[in-house]
Design a protein around this ligand. Structure first.
Ligand SMILES: [Zn+2]
Ligand SMILES: [Zn+2]
Length: 459
């Protein structure tokens, strides 16, 4: 009886399902994904166009700019005179200067705000001591000038007050180096990423590992995305790696990306992240880069720049990255190395930010990145850094829409404060408001130029 009833139930159930399918299948066939643009509010982003290629053509120099776009000659550019420079630039007679200004003005809004500080007599001595008892320095404290640089396309915002860099700070370079030596020795004793351990204690990708002379890839055991692996240097020391080792690690990363794309054709947007040392959020002391390939789009902050590229293209019909580089070039903020360019971003996210650009991730691109990284580590005693690299899409040219919103090879790099300090280097301001940067971009780019001069010999 019981069995009979069950059979009847089953028959009824199956019949019901069949009926439901008859009713819903016609609806399903016309059902579409919800249109995210429906309703009264239309999102302004309309998708990517095909931009002209990024090219590193020789363009107008800082020397040309100073000679042609000004009636007074400035000896040394600095953030404090930027607003004044812009006023003259805007009124230049030369048509090329005016066209360049129109582009600068489309991207950046620069505002200068003076502010007075009242110092009671009891505080004067202390201030003078901090400033090394220099005559004009005290006046600088009572009449400060804040410069705000806002990118109208990305809404990134930086405020500069170079005077803040003169505040008393404890020098930690010796302490930082000792700290790094200590944690390097300690972590090497039991490191899963080291030569003798990685084959046993790290995960694999479906295609195995990419191995080369100085580096190898391992799959991340705790992924943050579908394709997320690490490329490790064979050598454990976080600071001691040569140009050859660094280029080898970059090439291993590129090979890994090609392997991913060969398996999954729709995974085309390659990304690299590198944080060095725990103070910059590295989970392992052993030097390693994170490699990703994504479908559909890059990560959010990278898409912000890509969308800026689209807005710029719709206004000027040209390549944003190429012209952003040119705007920095006329202001004297670039360093070239073959087909690659580094510039000190006028609108940095964080102190000492450098951007490296090239049409493709070629040897010049990675060499220049290496010289920037060595500037931090060897010349500026900034032992930890963070870097994000956006690479051009892996889609072959024959593929439909392959060149829509095509990014150049593009790295953003910044130092991350004192390696041994318990004090963090990002505050509520940087996370949710505005970046406060105190080092002059013109000072930073000089350091990079010196680094390239002394390190690229014979390269
Ligand atoms: Zn190791
Ligand atoms: Zn990591």
């Amino acid at each position: 009886m019981l069995i009979k009833l069950r059979q009847r139930e089953v028959t009824l159930c199956a019949g019901g399902l069949f009926l439901a399918a008859l009713i819903f299948v016609p609806f399903l066939s016309v059902w579409k994904r919800p249109d995210k643009n429906h309703g009264e509010y239309q999102r302004s982003f309309q998708g990517y166009s095909v931009w002209p290629d990024y090219r590193n053509n020789p363009s107008r120099s800082h020397h040309w700019f100073k000679k042609t776009c000004f009636y007074t000659e400035y000896q040394q550019m600095e953030i404090g005179i930027l607003a004044d420079v812009l006023k003259q630039w805007e009124n230049a007679q030369d048509s090329q200067c005016r066209e360049l200004f129109r582009k600068f003005n489309f991207v950046f809004s620069v505002r200068e705000t003076p502010t007075n500080v009242i110092i009671p007599a009891s505080f004067e001595d202390k201030i003078n001591k901090w400033l090394g008892n220099k005559k004009d320095a005290f006046k600088e404290v009572t009449h400060q000038v804040i410069t705000s640089v806002f990118n109208e396309l990305t809404s990134e915002h930086t405020i500069y007050n170079p005077l803040r860099a003169k505040r008393p700070m404890t020098k930690t370079s010796h302490q930082d180096r000792q700290y790094v030596e200590d944690i390097t020795k300690e972590s090497a004793q039991n490191c899963d990423f080291c030569e003798g351990s990685y084959k046993r204690f790290t995960a694999l990708d479906p295609f195995g590992r990419v191995e080369s002379k100085h580096s190898y890839s391992v799959a991340n055991a705790f992924k943050y995305d579908r394709w997320h692996s690490l490329v490790l240097l064979r050598n454990h020391h976080p600071l001691k790696w040569t140009e050859e080792e660094f280029l080898d690690m970059a090439n291993t990363g590129l090979s890994w990306m090609k392997n991913v794309n060969a398996i999954q054709k729709d995974y085309v947007y390659p990304i690299i992240f590198w944080d060095l040392l725990p103070h910059a959020m590295a989970s392992q002391i052993h030097p390693h880069i994170h490699v990703n390939v994504r479908p559909d789009q890059y990560y959010g902050a990278q898409e912000l720049w890509r969308r800026a590229g689209e807005t710029y293209f719709r206004e000027f019909g040209s390549n944003y990255f190429k012209e952003l580089k040119e705007l920095h070039q006329v202001l004297g903020l670039t360093v070239d190395l073959g087909t690659a360019t580094a510039f000190a971003n006028l609108n940095p996210k964080h102190e000492t930010e450098i951007i490296v650009l090239s049409r493709t991730p070629n040897k010049d691109f990675f060499r220049l990145i290496y010289y920037v990284l060595r500037t931090y580590l060897d010349d500026l005693d900034q032992l930890c850094f963070s870097m994000a690299i956006t690479l051009p899409s892996l889609v072959p040219d024959s593929y439909m829409n392959a060149d829509r919103g095509r990014m150049p090879a593009f790295a953003r790099i910044t130092s991350r404060g004192s390696a041994s300090s318990v004090k963090g280097d990002l505050s509520s301001m940087e996370m949710y408001g505005v970046s406060n940067v105190n080092m002059e971009p013109w000072t930073m780019i000089q350091h990079v130029q010196q680094s390239v001069n002394k390190r690229s010999v014979g390269g």
